[in-house]
Structures are given as C-alpha cells and as structure tokens.
Design a protein around this ligand. Structure first.
Ligand code: C2E
Ligand code: MG
Ligand code: MG
Ligand code: MG
Length: 287
C-alpha cells in the first residue's frame, strides 16, 4: 500500500510528461505539414501601431495565427517556442515574411505604413537569411525602407561579431530593426549604442506596472530619454487602457500598440476599420 501511494505521483508525472511530449511532437509535425501542404491553416493577423501624437496608423505588426482542423487554434506562444527548437522556425519565418510582405506591399492604402515582422535568433543565424530578405522584398515589391524586423533583446544575447555584422547588413538593405520586449532580457540601455537599432519596443511588463508602481513611469521616462538621445524611437506595447495610453504619451513614447488601439486582425478587417488608415497623397499608380 505504502509503496503504491508513494509511486503514484511519479506515475502521474510520467504520464503527464509523456502526454506533453506527444503533444509537442504532434504540433511540430502538424506545423511542418501545414507549411508544406496546407498553408491555409496559417493566417497572418496584423496589429496597428499608432502615433501617440496624431493617433495615425504608422505600422502593422504581423502576428502568426494557426488554426488546425483537429487541434483547433494553437497560440503562437505555444508553437513558436517549439518551432524555435529546430530549423522549423526558418520555414515559419520565411512563410510569414513572404506572406506579410506580399499582402502589405499589395495594398496601395498601406504604402506609407511600415510592416513589422518578428524574427527569431535561429533565423538570424541561418546564412541565407540576408538573401531571403533581399529576395522577398524584390519578389513582393516590398520597399525595404518600409520593413522592420522585431528582434527580442534576449535573441541577441550573446551578441557575437557575426550577428552584429548581420544586423548592419540588414540595415544596409534599408530594413529597420527594432528591439522587442525591451527591458525583460539581460542587455541594457548601455548596449544600445552598439546596435544598429532604430526602434525600441518596451516590454508589456513596464506598461502593466504603470498602475501599481510609481517607479515604472520614471523608468519608462528614462528609457525614452536615453533612446531619443540616441535617435531611437520608442514603441510602448500592451496598452490596454486610456490611462496607460495617456501616461505613455506623457512620458514621450513615440508610438503605441495594444488592445486599446486595436487587436491583431486579418488585413481585410484592418482595412475596413478605416479611421486609423492614413490617407496618402500618393496615388497607387506605378505598381
Ligand atoms: P510579440 O512579438 O511581443 O507580440 C506581441 C504580443 O502581445 C502578441 O501576442 C499580441 O497579440 C499581444 N498583445 C498586443 N497588444 C496586447 C495587449 O494590449 N494586451 C495583451 N495582453 N497582449 C497584447 P501573440 O500574437 O500571441 O504573439 C506572442 C508572441 O509570439 C509574439 O510576441 C512573438 O514573440 C511570437 N510570434 C508571433 N508571431 C510570430 C512570427 O511570425 N514569428 C516569430 N518568430 N515569432 C512570432
Ligand atoms: Mg514583436
Ligand atoms: Mg513584444
Ligand atoms: Mg511581447
């Protein structure tokens, strides 16, 4: 009896562990399959990034959504980390880049709007990454100056010289780089001067702390000041309330993103959401 009782948690643990492994394996297989033979399971949603001053739409962040016929909708917080454990993330990244560039570059109304695409460390370390960026822009008609890669600060650690050179080569193509989830990783403001980064996205944790901790506002204001002194723009992400929107505008964040302004949606829905779309003087002629 005693022996059985003591074994039980272990057995449960083993069963649980095995089920989790099986789910992970299934997800990896299914994602690989979807990319190759059923990409319609994958859809890109776009979330508005607006100017804190004018409220105008400045950029869209591409966020991948996956709806599997049997497993249902699987969040990127589950499948992206799994894909990052293998070269599968390369295929995911290439798919998102090509699809998002084609969709956005193919929409004349979005000509003045920047497209932000997330890139993982493993993608950056693929030798073909730079080539892929160049080819994708050429094939889709995406202006590299309207493309921005979001890279988390933790993805840049350690920052070997090869990686730093790649970032400079990406910049040389005209593509911008933004540091995603800034403030959660190991690097610091003092690292910023080494990086060819034009935009800093503060981690949602800063915004969440605004209501609770008075220092959060001071820290955010300090980050904005240092960033501006280096010619870097700041996006505050995860803005959910009007209070947060007012605070981040008051401390000088240039741009804002969050449910308060709009959730990630298919491009067609963004376009019918009208008001935030900046009407440009350009006519969609030479495309
Ligand atoms: P991220 O790049 O930091 O993207 C922002 C995440 O915050 C998105 O979650 C977005 O839906 C969510 N978000 C935006 N505004 C709010 C808000 O006001 N409140 C809250 N609670 N959340 C908000 P999502 O779409 O689930 O993506 C999670 C993460 O998965 C992303 O974080 C990114 O790291 C990764 N990811 C998504 N798509 C891709 C992709 O195509 N490639 C790569 N490498 N990673 C991706
Ligand atoms: Mg991002
Ligand atoms: Mg982020
Ligand atoms: Mg985030």
């Amino acid at each position: 009896q005693a022996r059985k009782a003591s074994r039980e948690p272990y057995v449960q643990f083993r069963t649980h562990h095995r089920e989790e492994l099986q789910r992970r394996q299934r997800i990896e297989e299914e994602l690989r399959r979807a990319l190759v033979s059923d990409p319609s399971q994958l859809e890109i949603h776009y979330q508005p990034i607006v100017s804190t001053e004018s409220g105008q739409l400045v950029a869209l962040e591409a966020l991948l959504r996956w709806n599997h016929p049997e497993l249902g909708s699987i969040p990127p917080t589950e499948f992206i980390p799994l894909a990052e454990q293998s070269t599968l993330i390369d295929k995911v990244g290439a798919h998102v880049l090509a699809t998002a560039c084609a969709e956005v570059a193919g929409t004349p109304q979005l000509r003045q709007v920047m497209l932000c695409v997330n890139a993982s460390r493993r993608e950056l370390t693929n030798e073909e990454f730079l080539h892929r960026l160049r080819e994708t822009c050429a094939q889709t008609g995406m202006d590299p100056r309207s493309l921005c890669l979001e890279i988390t600060e933790s993805a840049l650690a350690p920052l070997e010289s090869g990686l730093l050179n790649l970032l400079h080569a990406i910049r040389a193509l005209g593509i911008s780089i933004s540091l995603d989830d800034f403030g959660t990783g190991a690097s610091s403001l003092s690292e910023l001067y080494r990086l060819p980064v034009g935009i800093l996205k503060t981690a949602k944790a800063f915004v969440d702390a605004l209501g609770e901790n008075p220092s959060a506002r001071t820290i955010l204001a300090g980050i904005v000041d240092v960033a501006h002194a280096m010619g870097v723009r700041v996006i505050a992400e995860g803005i959910e309330t009007a209070d947060q929107a007012a605070t981040i505008a008051a401390v000088g964040c240039d741009l804002a993103q969050g449910y308060h302004y709009g959730r990630p949606k298919p491009l067609a829905e963004i376009l019918t959401g009208t008001s935030v779309i900046s009407t440009t003087r350009d006519t969609p002629d030479e495309s």
